[in-house]
Ligand binder design. Structure first.
Ligand SMILES: Cc1cc2nc3c(=O)[nH]c(=O)nc-3n(C[C@H](O)[C@H](O)[C@H](O)COP(=O)(O)OP(=O)(O)OC[C@H]3O[C@@H](n4cnc5c(N)ncnc54)[C@H](O)[C@@H]3O)c2cc1C
Ligand SMILES: *[C@@H]1O[C@H](CO)[C@@H](O)[C@H](O)[C@H]1NC(C)=O
Ligand SMILES: *[C@@H]1O[C@H](CO)[C@@H](O)[C@H](O)[C@H]1NC(C)=O
Length: 372
């Protein structure tokens, strides 16, 4: 029997992870995308801008919760099996200035993370200063995003995946006999393989993230951006993953990367498309970070607590791929040239696309298995 063909649209963390699982399941997979991990960073590609750690905010009983649990287990296995994976386990600390803040999140976190612990104020990680009254801790995954995206891309090609660079006006244009958008082969080395993809996929997987940048499909009006600013700082001595909930509901987070950089956040701009870092937000993020965790500064500079002493690599903004009704993982059907082509949607992961990536890919495999 011929190998079944699959098209995956999108090469962010969601598209690449899905493509890898499909290759491993024996499909012949072609990825189509405008932007790949080796490109310059772009606001149109959310995956470049993530922290990223594992911090579930799924509602109890929601699909997202299952996806995040599967993904946590997958990352723990991956790290055990392959020491070269650009992701590491770290102790995560949730620190609260109010008891109600800790109480609100207790039920969810305590049933989600197997090694969850409630902490009292005396168990703050070394170096944290502030009015902490309660804390939570568990083992999280800290993903070195720039390296991890390259890791996924290499794993995809090693498994025999094919990729084309193209901006598609709609999903149907990809499978239509006339009017297929122009495209070029994309590879990590000077490309050899076929110069045009074949035409008969059993399904198209829609992993286009926010989509709205270039898709002229019937746009899903539930999708919206939640912008997030971060500061990348050189601070290889920082060990823990920290999220700090201030009494006034501000939030600071710190995520270490394998490279020795750390990500300091953050901000949440609902429906905010602004594509460049706002200086006043960047300044507030730095001030909050240094106030609660002077260890962000190089040794010798911590007493003074001056944000200008931070070894800043970059000030960033990304658009989380939010969706009012939550992640979309379902099958619909496209009619093109009289043929019916199943489309499996895998987008709308909001601020959790990394921590739900492997679970989402597994769910897509289940939906694929249910086709005819
Ligand atoms: C500041 C910040 C912090 C975050 N922190 C975390 C965290 O700690 N943990 C976590 O799990 N998540 C985190 N996230 C969320 C995470 O980054 C996203 O959920 C995830 O990256 C979404 O990935 P995606 O593959 O769906 O979309 P994207 O990465 O945006 O990829 C979309 C792909 O589709 C392609 N595409 C779109 N339209 C077209 C078209 N018309 N034609 C061709 N190609 C197209 C694009 O080129 C791209 O390849 C964070 C996000 C931000 C901004
Ligand atoms: C690219 O070439 C390098 C060196 O020749 C090789 O090690 C690597 O596996 C190749 N990568 C791909 C994706 O073919
Ligand atoms: C594919 O996903 C995007 C969101 O990224 C959505 O707007 C679009 O409607 C989807 N395509 C189809 C055909 O449903």
């Amino acid at each position: 029997m011929d190998q079944k063909q699959l098209f995956v649209v999108g090469a962010g963390v969601v598209g690449l992870t899905t493509a890898i699982r499909a290759l491993e399941a024996g499909y012949k997979v072609t990825v189509f995308a405008e932007i790949f991990p080796t490109d310059p960073k772009s606001i149109k590609y959310t995956s470049f801008w993530a922290g990223a750690n594992h911090l579930s905010f799924a509602e109890s009983g929601a699909l997202m919760e299952v996806l995040e649990k599967d993904t946590l287990n997958e990352f723990l296995d991956l790290i055990k099996q392959d020491p070269l994976v650009p992701a590491m386990t770290r102790t995560h600390f949730g620190l609260y200035e109010t008891l109600s803040g800790a109480q609100e999140r207790l039920d969810h976190f305590s049933q989600f993370y197997p090694d969850f612990r409630s902490l009292d104020a005396s168990e703050c990680p070394a170096g944290v200063v502030g009015d902490v009254v309660a804390g939570h801790s568990w083992t999280t995954i800290c993903i070195d995003v720039p390296r991890y995206l390259l890791y996924l891309l290499e794993r995809f090609f090693k498994l025999g995946g094919q990729a084309f660079r193209t901006t598609i006006p709609s999903l149907s244009s990809l499978v239509s006999a006339n009017g297929r958008p122009s495209m070029e082969v994309f590879g990590l080395n000077s490309s050899s393989g076929p110069q045009t993809p074949t035409m008969n996929p059993v399904a198209v997987i829609n992993c286009t993230g926010l989509g709205a940048f270039s898709l002229q499909d019937v746009l899903d009006t539930d999708v919206y951006p939640t912008s997030g600013q971060t500061i990348i700082i050189r601070a290889p001595w920082v060990q823990p993953s920290i999220i700090y909930y201030f009494a006034n509901s501000d939030i600071s987070y710190i995520i270490p990367r394998q490279s020795g950089d750390i990500v300091l956040g953050g901000s949440w701009g609902v429906d905010d498309w602004h594509a460049t870092s706002r200086p006043e937000i960047a300044k507030a993020i730095k001030e909050r970070g240094v106030r609660i965790y002077p260890e962000l500064l190089p040794p010798g500079k911590r007493e003074k607590g001056d944000i200008n002493d931070l070894d800043v690599i970059a000030e960033c903004v990304g658009l989380r791929t939010s969706r009012k009704t939550g992640v979309r993982l379902e099958t619909t059907v496209l009619e093109v040239d009289g043929k019916k082509i199943p489309v499996i949607h895998n987008y709308g992961h909001g601020g959790g696309g990394y921590q739900s990536s492997w679970g989402s890919a597994k769910h897509v495999m289940k939906l694929l298995g249910e086709l005819d």
